[in-house]
Design a binder for this molecule. Structure first.
Ligand SMILES: Nc1ncnc2c1ncn2[C@@H]1O[C@H](COP(=O)(O)OP(=O)(O)OP(=O)(O)O)[C@@H](O)[C@H]1O
Length: 251
């Protein structure tokens, strides 16, 4: 079976319907990227998958013994608290020096062990968060906008690192990204979310879908359109939303 599966999942947050009718399965070793406008439920989806949020309807099934590493969208560290990278990696559980060195190596963060967390650059900080998620040798690595705050070269380097993790450790990757060109080139599958799954499939299938174009358009204008997208179409039934090879659901 897949590493993790969601079937017909709804999530309500404080009276707000954040997700409706979401079906999703992540298989061993694949890279799946979620795109969608602000507030479209991307973080909610990731947090439901890792078990931090409970669906109000539907099921989340994890394969037996599956290990999931989670890199949150942001993490604030108290600037007055002295905390080295090594100590940070040992929260909440201690790890051997070898395990920490290996994780830092796979995250592209060699040599940062004794640095203060608050002194790290944005790119180094993200790599340390990645290293922390790698400590448990995850079958599935879940990353919520891992390149937030990084410039373009920094983002590209981090995405290359993530792909390297898949090659080195064989982890499947599920991530949220706003960087469309990267999504298209580096992902096996793309899922467009807007409270429900608008559109999903291989990058080229999604790229040619009207729903994707309504969200993203092309070029810079398209990227801006992402943030202006209104939810102006209707939900179809759950049965209509499931397509084996990826499909787009709203005319
Ligand atoms: N605790 C909460 N109570 C009520 N509504 C919430 C709560 N948390 C999130 N929401 C709402 O649920 C929706 C989905 O939020 P979520 O953070 O999953 O979106 P997102 O796609 O990750 O957004 P962004 O791109 O801005 O990070 C939003 O409309 C948000 O305002």
């Amino acid at each position: 079976m897949s590493l993790i599966e969601m079937q017909n999942v709804d999530v309500r947050l404080g009276g707000h319907q954040a997700l409706s009718h979401v079906d999703l399965a992540i298989n061993k070793g694949e890279i799946v990227t979620i795109v969608g406008p602000n507030g479209s439920g991307k973080t909610t989806l990731l947090r439901t998958l890792i078990g931090a949020l409970k669906p109000s309807r539907g099921t989340v099934k994890r394969s037996k013994g599956v290990r999931i590493g989670y890199v949150p969208q942001s993490l604030s560290i108290d600037a007055t608290l002295p905390l080295t990278v090594r100590r940070f990696l040992c929260l909440p559980h201690r790890h051997s020096t070898q395990a920490m060195d290996d994780a830092l190596h796979h995250a592209g963060a060699n040599g940062l062990q004794d640095r203060q967390m608050t002194d790290l650059s944005g790119g180094q900080f993200q790599r340390v968060l990645l290293a922390r998620a790698l400590l448990k040798k995850p079958d599935l690595l879940v990353l919520d906008e891992p390149t937030t705050g990084l410039d373009q070269p920094g983002s590209a380097a981090l995405y290359r690192q993530i792909e390297q993790v898949r090659q080195d450790l064989g982890s499947a990757i599920l991530m949220v990204s706003h960087e469309l060109h990267v999504v298209m080139s580096a992902s096996d599958r793309v899922i467009c979310l807007n409270g429900h799954v608008c559109c999903h499939g291989a990058p080229e299938t999604v790229a040619s879908a009207p729903e994707y174009r309504a969200l993203f358009g092309t070029g810079t204008q398209g990227a801006l359109a992402l943030y202006r997208h209104d939810h102006d179409h209707h939900h179809h039934s759950h049965a209509e939303e499931s397509h084996e090879h990826g499909a787009c659901n709203h005319a």
